[in-house]
Design a binder for this molecule. Structure first.
Ligand code: NAI
Ligand code: MG
Length: 357
């Protein structure tokens, strides 16, 4: 199976190198072969090609079964022409691969629940998956920049979805719920927005016709924001549009207390893209101390959603848990009674735990 590796900038190369150790261990244990193609995306690609998403990277990504990305960007490229900024590379690859579905799992491990800004007992049983629509809605509707209209400065953005866009993202949520705890919470603002009223109607119809075994409820986004803090354990799959998903996934990401732990997947109908939720952390780049866990768990998602290797995905997640249970921590999570390890040691420990399981 072909994997395009895009280590990117900052800590990206370090965390991807550590993660490849785990992927290789999983491939060995479960008897499949991985073929890696290293390419450039982001600032490093601007340096080499004057283009954050060069053609060789495009070709490689499109031909791959999946793409694993570290992170892009950093102060070095703050002053480049805005049309070729590192982040443009990310936007372009997402668009190029047609990645309309963003998956953000938030599982609070009992070994890190004490780091949460909430009381540990409130977050301990949190295991939710946010399914965010990624290529439609208000971020992609017509943007009418500020201009004088009837003598008053006015700006607007159009919040638009079509039925097929809603159906395909809802389908991803229902399918995900099938292999989880069988519950979907669809989040909207149907009391105010026409877009939301159509969204709610379509999701309700699909559940009745195609997914009667899935439990479906609806929440207004403001209430959902509150419930995420009050009782995050109530959620299984949270389905929502682009803008609400952007905000709610950032809110959910802090529940566990560290951004270094969280993976993500972006899916379309072809190649999927997997990356940790954090950025390139220029403040600690090159020191070998970054936490690779979010990237390792992204690789687990890659096995699950792009390679159909469920056992390997479960085994990677279990191996991470085992290493945390044994008290190993990178600098960001280090504390009393723990054993401090660097980025590569964390990758090696997870690989070893996986092979020994
Ligand atoms: P960041 O996520 O890179 O860093 C925020 C803080 O968390 C920093 O103190 C950093 O050291 C720490 N941190 C992040 N990941 C860590 C890890 N794996 N282990 C230990 N500590 C970690 O966000 P920031 O500083 O806002 O952005 C830095 C650069 O990354 C910017 O150029 C930004 O545009 C880019 N960025 C890229 C993203 C991507 O590639 N998907 C996403 C977010 C930001
Ligand atoms: Mg965001």
């Amino acid at each position: 199976m072909k994997i395009t590796l895009l280590p990117g900038d900052g800590i990206g190369p370090e965390i991807v190198t550590a993660t490849v150790k785990v992927m290789d261990a999983a491939a060995k244990k479960f008897g499949f072969a991985l073929e890696y193609d290293h390419q450039l995306l982001g600032g490093c690609a601007i340096d080499a090609y004057n283009d954050p998403y060069p053609e060789v990277t495009q070709k490689s990504a499109k031909a791959a079964d999946a793409v694993l990305l570290g992170a892009v960007g950093g102060p070095k490229w703050d002053n480049v022409d805005p049309s070729i900024r590192p982040e443009k590379g990310l936007l372009r690859i997402r668009k190029d691969l047609g990645l309309y579905c963003n998956l953000r799992p938030m599982k609070v491990s009992k070994f890190t629940a004490h780091l949460s800004p909430l009381k540990p007992e409130r977050v301990e049983n949190t295991d939710l998956l946010i399914v965010r629509e990624l290529t439609g809605g208000i971020y992609f509707g017509t943007h009418n920049e500020a201009a004088m209209v009837d003598g008053v400065e006015t700006a607007s953005d159009v919040d638009l979805y079509t039925r097929p866009e809603v159906e395909r993202i809802a389908r991803k949520a229902f399918e995900a719920a099938k292999v989880r705890r069988g519950k979907v919470t669809s989040v909207d603002k149907a009391n105010v927005l026409a877009e939301s009223r159509m969204w709610r109607r379509i999701v309700t119809e699909m559940q009745a016709k195609e997914y009667p075994e899935i439990e479906l409820n609806h929440l207004y986004v403001d209430n959902c924001a509150m419930q995420l803090v009050l009782n995050p354990g109530q959620f299984d799959v949270v389905l929502t549009n682009n803008i609400f998903g952007d905000i709610l996934s950032d809110e959910a990401s802090v529940l566990g207390g560290s951004i270094g732990l969280l993976p993500s997947a972006s899916l379309g109908d072809g190649t999927g893209l997997y990356e940790p939720i954090h950025g390139s952390a220029p403040d600690i780049a090159g020191q070998g101390i970054a936490n690779p866990t979010g990237t390792i768990l992204s690789a687990a998602m890659l096995f699950r959603y792009s390679l159909d290797q469920q056992a390997a995905a479960d085994a990677v997640e279990a191996a991470v848990d085992k290493v945390y249970e044994a008290g190993y921590r990178t600098a960001d999570l280090f504390g009393e009674g723990m054993t401090k390890v660097n980025t590569q040691e964390m990758g090696e420990l997870v690989a070893k735990a996986l092979l020994e399981a």
